[in-house]
Design a protein around this ligand. Structure first.
Ligand code: SF4
Length: 603
């Protein structure tokens, strides 16, 4: 499960992102169950996060994650909180349903937790509880046969019912059947029978944890059994034995036609882990109605986008929604892991690092920055260095004189203004004040200022460099014709604050690795499915390939090499649709040796 991806699931089902209306996930509950060991190290506990991962990859309109009540108290409810946080961050609204099967017509008190998430549709309400008393144990099982004869395997032989059904509940589960399977009783030792016989309704046999059921109440929760603390099979309300599989199944609301696994222990495991079918059905009906009721297409927005504040930035098509951007950011984060690109914690270091990084390779500016830092323990030392020394150190990165002057002027301005070459005090200023101050320094533009606020001060800024610009434009999110300060501010305003850092650092990596200026490698790109450039390019390639096919077909039909008469219109249509006829393809080469009729059927 951990290695499977939502994309692989979609591909296997022939589906695309946004095609799925309803997704149901039932991650393992054993680690959370109050009856289990509740081991925080149980690695099954993390599997609910995989359910979230699948949901975010698949993009269902409605998602429901089912589990046991113990998940609410496990580690103070952290698991549920994390689950809801992750979904809400991705634009889902969430709700938590705590439902008891006994309120939905099941002869068992059995709570189940459903975390429901909806995107693009209103959150559904939980199914309404039934306004009638819950069926009792005896309502559920009175008519069932009990087979003392052993059969092999025990789950397939059918036995006649003992009597007519004693309740509407039993009648509904029985249907029109004449017989039912899974009715073999367990043969206990005389000692066990003696102990069971001593138990009144609701009492427990302490050594084995078996509880005798009350006939006039719904059953208490049937568990899959932990041996040390609980027994999965309760004791029959009137007989001195545990329930048969079918009696347990009736208490969980399984219809009599349902066949359990061949072994009795596996059958009880299924009963002990189930969401009772009548409850599951009502939850499903409720969710299905919401999930399929006028779903908005995945990329649709309600309101028109705001007019851009910069004339150099034009918004993309209306289907470029925040949801789509979040999927892009998540995929890029998965691929590249939000790298820091060696940027510096100290604001002044960061400014000098940015100056050195201009118009040179990463390897080169990393080297020149290290060279400066090891030569000058403090930036004040640089100000008192010999003329030309700084330039010599940084010249391997190119533009040595220009960058050297820039650094000197910057350090002088900082030192004169503050009395020291240090910008640590910026941490106590708000982001706008910091940006205003930084752009007042010589040679510092708004993009550099935003890099300082983002990388060094941890603010939610969004600097746009040439890579980010190229990636956003190709994705189709915005069209950026010029990167002036207003464009920087505007782009920051259209990216939700929690996405800014991730989008910035990962778009830079994408721009350096795959979304190259001249030849983007779209086939390897994790966001190609969401990219306008890639979509248009694929369309163009398809059109070109069809055109090539047609050109090839027409040259083939008139070619003296083939010696064939021109193809009929019908055959020509077949060829157009097949698009396998390409010049020099194995088919066309081989076909030269075939008769015309063989060739046409080959197409
Ligand atoms: S699909 Fe191609 S053009 Fe689009 S972002 Fe990826 S590499 Fe760039």
């Amino acid at each position: 499960m951990r290695s499977l991806t939502g994309e692989a699931i979609l591909r296997a089902g022939g589906l695309s992102l946004g095609d799925v209306d309803l997704m149901v996930a039932c991650p393992p509950c054993q680690g959370f169950s109050l009856l289990g060991r509740r081991d925080p190290e149980d690695e099954r506990n993390d599997l609910f996060q995989e359910a979230v991962r699948f949901a975010l990859d698949i993009g269902p309109t409605v998602l429901v994650v089912e589990n046991v009540p113990g998940i609410l108290s496990f580690e103070d409810g952290t698991a549920v909180e994390e689950l809801r946080d992750s979904l809400e961050t991705e634009g889902y609204e969430t709700d938590l349903w705590d439902l008891n099967a006994a309120d939905y017509g099941v002869a068992q008190s059995r709570r189940r937790i459903f975390i429901v998430a909806a995107d693009g549709v209103p959150l559904p309400d939980p199914p309404a509880a039934l306004r009638r008393p819950s069926p009792t144990v005896w309502d559920a099982i009175a008519d069932l046969p009990q087979a003392t004869r052993r059969t092999r395997p025990p789950t397939t032989s059918e036995f006649q019912y003992r009597s007519n059904p004693k309740s509407a509940y039993a009648r509904a589960l029985r249907g029109r059947r004449a017989g039912v399977a899974n009715c073999e009783v367990t043969h206990h030792s005389p000692e066990m029978v003696r102990r069971f016989a001593a138990l009144g309704p609701g009492e427990i046999d302490k050594p084995t944890h078996h509880r005798r059921l009350r006939p006039d109440k719904p059953a208490s929760t049937i568990t899959a059994g932990t041996r040390s603390r609980t027994a999965c099979r309760p004791i029959h309300p009137y007989r001195d034995r545990v329930l048969t599989v079918r009696e347990g199944a009736r208490l969980a609301g399984f219809p009599d036609w349902y066949r359990f696994p061949a072994t009795i222990s596996a059958a009880w495991e299924e009963i002990g882990n189930c969401v009772p079918p009548p409850l599951a059905e009502q939850v499903f009906v409720q969710l299905k109605e919401t999930a399929t009721s006028g779903r908005k297409p995945l990329w649709t927005v309600d309101a028109p986008r705001p007019v851009p504040a910069s004339r150099y930035v034009q918004p993309g098509p209306p289907n470029w929604t925040e949801r789509r951007l979040r999927i892009v950011v998540r995929r890029l984060s998965q691929q590249y892991g939000d790298p820091r690109h060696h940027n510096k914690d100290d604001p002044l270091d960061e400014l000098i690092f940015i100056i050195l990084s201009g118009k040179t390779s990463e390897e080169s500016y990393l080297r020149t920055f290290d060279a400066l830092k090891s030569r000058f323990p403090t930036w004040v030392d640089l100000l008192s260095s010999l003329p030309g020394e700084v330039e010599r150190l940084i010249s391997p990165g190119g533009l040595g004189r220009k960058k050297g002057n820039q650094i000197r002027r910057l350090l002088q301005a900082v030192s004169e203004g503050q009395g020291k070459a240090d910008l640590g005090y910026l941490r106590s200023m708000n982001t706008n004040e910091v940006e205003d101050f930084l752009v007042s320094l010589p040679g510092v533009g708004l993009k550099s200022a935003k890099c300082v606020t983002m990388y060094s001060l941890g603010r939610r800024s969004f600097p746009v460099d040439t890579h980010v610009r190229r990636v956003l434009t190709r994705l189709g999110m915005v069209a950026i014709s010029r990167l002036d300060d207003r464009a920087q501010d505007h782009l920051e305003s259209v990216v939700p604050p929690d996405l800014r850092y991730k989008l910035h650092v990962n778009a830079i990596t994408l721009g350096r690795v795959l979304c190259l200026p001249a030849k983007p490698r779209c086939q390897e790109c994790p966001v190609s499915e969401l990219c306008e450039f890639s979509r248009v390019r694929a369309q163009q390639e398809t059109a070109d390939s069809i055109q090539a096919s047609e050109a090839s077909m027409s040259s083939f039909s008139s070619s003296p090499v083939t010696g064939l008469a021109p193809l009929t219109r019908a055959n020509s249509e077949t060829a157009r649709r097949s698009s396998v006829l390409v010049v020099n393809s194995p088919v066309s080469q081989r076909s030269r040796k075939l008769s015309r009729s063989t060739f046409v059927s080959h197409l």
